[in-house]
Each structure stands twice: as structure tokens, then as C-alpha cells.
Write a protein that binds this ligand. Structure first.
Ligand code: KG4
Ligand code: ZN
Length: 365
């Protein structure tokens, strides 16, 4: 099916970012971001040390209309020129998803344009095709506040989950560690910053899942180990906090390095390495420099191109939702009916078995 240029409005409200964007996909598979509007609710939730679903939903309700019209205005595209409306329909917080879906459906109904419900994880998974034109298949490491997954991206709508967390997501582990050490929320940047002045090797923590052939992750034991060390050192000096942060960061970085090196090997065995394969990272934890540098060197040693989309496209946004809509439309996948329901859980790989404890928080992706 020859499909030409597609212009899509994307809407994202699955967690604590309200976002709208217009993206254009060209017939050759490249794309342009015509607008990208994101309103973070970080300040709203900071006092609670995590996302409060009810507050998130209310904030989406009161801001989404304005953000959508801002995204339309900035794009220079009229509603009539759109080819479809793409909205995150899961996984995420139901209240927020409902706000996005209602708005998207209303626009689709008023304009008579097709409506597409997007899996938020597919948005993360396909972003690198917009930013770096990556060809299928490629390997994705998604590390955010709600998800920690290694995914084989074989094509649009075609994913294999190779590994996931059996307990906490990596961003969640950073957040909890920060909290127990008395650092602020979100914890990732605070832990990374503190680790910069840490004393190497003062504390040693185990490397979770090392050499485990399943490619899964586990971070809750590590958090407990940090808590026990912290209790033994109480009252905590600034230096001890920094030393614990460094030990924690080294341990999670080594665990990721170990898991990814096995995944790259498995990828190479299956697909070969002639056509320079790619390792793509996505999610807020991709901001962490030590994790980024480790992934980059692991990828290059294994003969992989390392792709980290710009940070604003790694964290939650609506560009990735509009783009996933365009990719799905270009692939000839069907549109959705206007009675599409939100899904709090929605694995990318429908054949993957549920891992105990995985996604129990289910709020962020
Ligand atoms: O993708 P994201 O913005 O939101 C969702 O989870 O959907 O990711 C947020 C997570 C938080 O847990 C935050 O602590 C973590 O990413 N994070 C980091 C860093 N910056 C953000 N973790 C480690 N190091 C960082 N520099
Ligand atoms: Zn996300």
C-alpha cells in the first residue's frame, strides 16, 4: 500500500505529563516534529514523593484543551489538514488516560478524522526511528519510573520482550533510594549528583541478576541493602550519603551492563552483525550519564550503534505518540473505534508471560 505524507496530532496523558504534538511522517519514512508541547506536573507531586493519580487526572483535565490548541497553532496545521488523531490509551493511570481519550475522540468526531489508540510503550519504542531513522530489527532498553525492559523491536506492532524487572523499575529504585537517604524527588538526578562526590569502594553492593540467563532485572534487594547500610551508619553525614549513592549507582550500572551485554550477544547470534545493528535507550533514566556512558561503550565493543534520542524525547511526550500513530497508519494497521477503552496494563509483547511483581505500580511508563 503506497502511503504518502501523514500529519498526525498526538496526545499523551498516561502519567504526570500533559502533552500534545503534531508530527509529519514523509513517504520515505523520515519525519518532522511540527510542534511539541509538554506540561510537567512535577511540582504538583513533589511534596508527596510520587505521582498522586487523582491530582494528575484533575490537572490533565484543566490543561489539555489549552495544550492541544497550542500544539495546533505552533504546528501551523489546521485540524482539517490532519490525517488522524493518536492518543495514548495505555498502559498508565486510568484517570489520566480517560482525559486524553475523551479529548482525542471528541476531536476525531468533530473533524471526522480517524482515531488511533496508542500503547505508550510503542511510543517509546519507535521514537528512534523518527530521530535517527533506525531500521528494524533493533534492541531497545526502556528505563523509566515505571518500566525496565529489554525489547526486541522487529517492526511496527511487532515486539518481543526479552527481559523485564521482577520487582521495582529502575527509576523507582533511584527514587526510593533517594527517599531513604533524605534526598529530593525525583530521586534519579539527586542520586546522580550526590554520587559525583562519592568515595569509590567505601561501600560495596551486590550486582543484581549478574549472569542470570533470563535477562530480567531486580532492584528491590539492592534498595534493602542500601537501607541496612544507611541504618548502620546513622546519623548520615553528607559524605556517607554521597558514598552510598555512588555504590548504588555502580551496582545498578553494572547490572544493566551485564544484562545488556547478554542481550546484544543474543541479538547478534540471531541476526548477525553485518548491517551494524542498533541499541536504543529510552525513558527518564537514560539521562543518567554513568548509565549512558556504560551502554555506549558496551554497544561499541559489541559492534552496535548506540542511539539515545534527545532527553526530551526519552521522557514522556506526545511526539512519540503522534509518531507511533503515523507509523501504524503507514503500516496499514486498522484505526480504532470511538468506544476504545483505556488500559492500565498493556504489555507490548502480548505473548510475554507475566513476571511476578512486575508492573505492580503500573503507573508510569
Ligand atoms: O521517563 P520518565 O521521565 O517518566 C516516567 O517514568 O514515565 O522517568 C522518570 C524517572 C524517575 O524515576 C527519575 O528518578 C528517573 O527517571 N531519572 C533518573 C535520572 N533522571 C531521571 N534516574 C537516574 N539518573 C538520572 N539522571
Ligand atoms: Zn514513559
Amino acid at each position: 500500500m503506497g502511503i504518502g505524507e501523514l500529519t498526525i496530532l498526538g496526545i499523551e496523558t498516561s502519567c504526570d505529563e500533559t502533552a500534545a504534538s503534531v508530527v509529519r511522517r514523509h513517504a520515505d519514512g523520515t519525519g518532522d516534529i511540527l510542534s511539541d508541547v509538554v506540561l510537567s506536573q512535577l511540582d504538583l507531586h513533589a511534596a508527596f514523593g510520587g505521582v498522586v493519580p487523582e491530582l494528575a487526572a484533575r490537572s490533565h483535565v484543566s490543561t489539555l484543551d489549552r495544550l492541544v490548541s497550542q500544539a495546533m497553532t505552533e504546528s501551523g496545521v489546521s485540524l482539517g489538514e490532519l490525517d488522524a488523531i493518536a492518543v495514548t490509551s495505555g498502559p498508565g493511570l486510568i484517570g489520566g488516560l480517560m482525559v486524553g481519550l475523551m479529548t482525542g475522540k471528541a476531536i476525531a468526531m468533530a473533524t471526522g478524522k480517524p482515531f488511533i489508540g496508542i500503547n505508550h510503550l510503542e511510543g517509546h519504542a519507535l521514537t528512534a526511528r523518527l530521530t535517527d531513522n533506525v531500521a528494524f530489527p533493533y534492541l531497545l532498553l526502556l528505563v523509566s519510573g515505571g518500566h525496565t525492559q529489554i525489547v526486541l523491536v522487529k517492526g511496527v506492532n511487532d515486539y518481543e520482550r526479552w527481559g523485564t524487572t521482577i520487582d521495582d523499575a529502575l527509576g523507582e529504585a533511584f527514587d526510593k533510594t533517594a527517599k531513604l537517604l533524605g534526598l529530593g524527588y525525583p530521586g534519579g538526578p539527586a542520586v546522580e549528583q550526590a554520587a559525583l562526590s562519592g568515595t569509590p569502594r567505601r561501600f560495596r553492593l551486590p550486582v543484581p541478576m549478574r549472569k542470570d540467563p533470563r535477562l530480567d532485572f531486580s532492584f528491590s534487594g539492592l534498595k534493602t541493602a542500601v537501607r541496612q547500610m544507611a541504618e548502620a551508619q546513622a546519623p548520615l553525614s553528607q559524605q556517607t550519603i554521597a558514598d552510598l549513592c555512588l555504590a548504588f549507582q555502580i551496582s545498578v550500572t553494572s547490572s544493566i551492563d551485564d544484562r545488556i551485554s547478554m542481550a546484544l550477544e543474543r541479538f547478534s547470534q540471531r541476526f548477525g552483525t553485518e548491517s551494524e545493528p542498533a541499541l536504543v535507550v529510552a525513558g527518564g533514566v537514560a539521562a543518567n550519564k554513568s548509565i549512558r556512558v556504560t551502554l555506549e561503550s558496551r554497544a561499541s565493543r559489541a559492534g552496535f550503534r548506540f542511539i539515545a534520542p534527545p532527553l526530551n524525547l526519552c521522557t514522556d511526550n506526545a511526539v512519540m505518540i503522534a509518531w507511533a500513530g503515523a507509523e501504524r497508519m503507514a503500516a496499514g494497521l486498522p484505526f480504532d473505534a470511538l468506544n476504545l477503552a483505556p488500559r492500565s496494563r498493556w504489555p507490548l509483547d502480548q505473548t510475554a508471560t507475566t513476571v511476578i511483581g512486575h508492573g505492580k505500580r503500573g503507573a508510569k511508563a
